[in-house]
Write a protein that binds this ligand. Structure first.
Ligand SMILES: NC(=O)c1ccc[n+]([C@@H]2O[C@H](COP(=O)([O-])OP(=O)(O)OC[C@H]3O[C@@H](n4cnc5c(N)ncnc54)[C@H](O)[C@@H]3O)[C@@H](O)[C@H]2O)c1
Length: 372
């Protein structure tokens, strides 16, 4: 079995809320890192997770940051403090991988990347769903020429928000939330991985409901004041020429649009939900009248959150670039901010950052491995 020949990096999780279980589980599944500590502003949450996961010690955030045993902080706090917590980890000499978005503003994102450079440390960011079987297969099909030159794509993420299921859904309606900053990263990262970087954008936004009422259990009936647009329609021009339509909404009760389609000069690809690792891929080539189902070419067809952390840990050890990188997350942040700015100013906005496409993964990876 192809296990890494070096010691796995030791990680500490900051933020032990709803999504954290996925990362605790990933630490046990992937060979390139293990989770040895966790912390939360609510210390009881960290203690509970430590009881649940053998080998993990719950501690205050300051102790986790001070610990010399920890190489890497996994930042799973709410979006409003992502940049602040990540900066604290970098100042403490730790690499940091965080949930999306990278920061609330590009100025904060740029400061974070500059700090990492200064410290000689890595920044990585969710989403890492583009490393799953669905998007890796789509990448291979496009790179191998099955649809010719991509000329257009459509991306639709529409729902009625998260207040009916998330126990603490307030952050979805504050700065850093909204459908674009919350769900846009899945769609944008997948598209950048498939097509390369974005050149310019224009957007329109609206907000159907100034207040949301929580209907999940503990906070049932609590009113949340909405700070952000909850319907964002955008058009994006990619550097390679494709024009992409992106709609993200928390104002839609039901819809029947596909999550993601990419259209090329000789065919069209219907892709799975980019907020999943697997899913169905359909191809229709020029002149064809139906869709053909395609098998996955790559591994990780089911939930594998944390694969981006494993890839970053492996890349650190091997001195290679990592895929779910700070530069990629910054590009996504710049696009999202520009879509909102375009709507406010009524003009196209050029995108300045231009990261390379992350490399495709190897096709024959064993579970828990990110390198052959
Ligand atoms: N819940 C999901 O299904 C999901 C899925 C994918 C990504 N995410 C992303 O993961 C992040 C966390 O989401 P969640 O649903 O777990 O939220 P959550 O509110 O359930 O958990 C966040 C945790 O962070 C803690 N926290 C907040 N500020 C902190 C600070 N300064 N220091 C230490 N701890 C702090 C909170 O006490 C809380 O326990 C968000 O960026 C979200 O977009 C969530």
């Amino acid at each position: 079995m192809n296990l890494p020949k070096y010691t796995p990096l030791k990680a500490g999780i900051i933020g032990c809320g709803n999504i954290s279980d996925r990362y605790f589980q990933a630490g046990a599944r992937f060979h390139d890192f293990s989770v040895i500590a966790c912390a939360d502003l609510q210390e009881s949450r960290a203690r509970e997770k430590a009881l649940q996961y053998p080998g993990v010690v719950g501690m205050p955030v300051s102790q986790l940051l001070d610990s010399k045993a920890i190489d890497l902080a996994i930042n799973l706090t709410v979006p409003g403090v992502h940049a602040e917590v990540a900066a604290m980890a970098l100042e403490a000499g730790k690499h940091v991988y965080g949930e999306k978005p990278l920061a609330l503003r590009t100025s904060d994102g740029a400061a974070l990347l500059a700090l990492a450079d200064k410290q000689g440390l890595r920044v990585g960011s969710a989403p890492d769903t583009f490393l799953g079987a669905g998007m890796q297969t789509a990448r291979k099909l496009i790179d191998d020429g099955w649809i010719g030159r991509p000329v257009a794509a459509t991306a639709f993420m529409q729902c009625h928000g998260h207040e009916h299921w998330h126990p603490d859904p307030e952050f979805y309606y504050l700065q850093g939330g909204g459908p674009l900053f919350d769900m846009g990263p899945y769609y944008l990262t997948a598209l950048i991985h498939l097509l390369g970087p974005v050149k310019r954008v224009c957007g329109l936004t609206s907000q159907a409901f100034p207040e949301r009422i929580i209907t999940s259990e503990a906070k049932y009936g609590t009113v949340v004041h909405v700070e952000v647009p909850t319907h964002v329609a955008g058009t994006l021009e990619f550097v390679q020429g494709a024009i992409v339509t992106l709609v993200t909404s928390f104002d839609v009760w039901r819809h029947s649009m596909p999550h993601l389609e990419v259209h090329g000069t000789t065919g069209s690809l219907h892709l799975p939900d980019p907020n999943t690792f697997g899913g169905e891929l359909l191809l229709s080539r020029a002149g064809g009248e139906t869709w053909e189902h395609l098998p996955h070419s790559h591994g990780y067809p089911t939930e594998a959150r944390g694969i981006g952390v494993a890839d970053m840990a492996a890349a650190i050890q091997r001195k290679e670039p990592h895929r779910a990188s700070g530069a990629l997350a910054y590009h996504v942040l710049e696009i999202m901010e520009a879509l909102h700015t375009s709507a406010d100013q009524g003009q196209h906005i050029s995108i300045r950052s231009c990261p390379p496409r992350p490399d495709a993964l190897d096709m024959d990876l064993r579970d828990g491995c990110v390198r052959t």
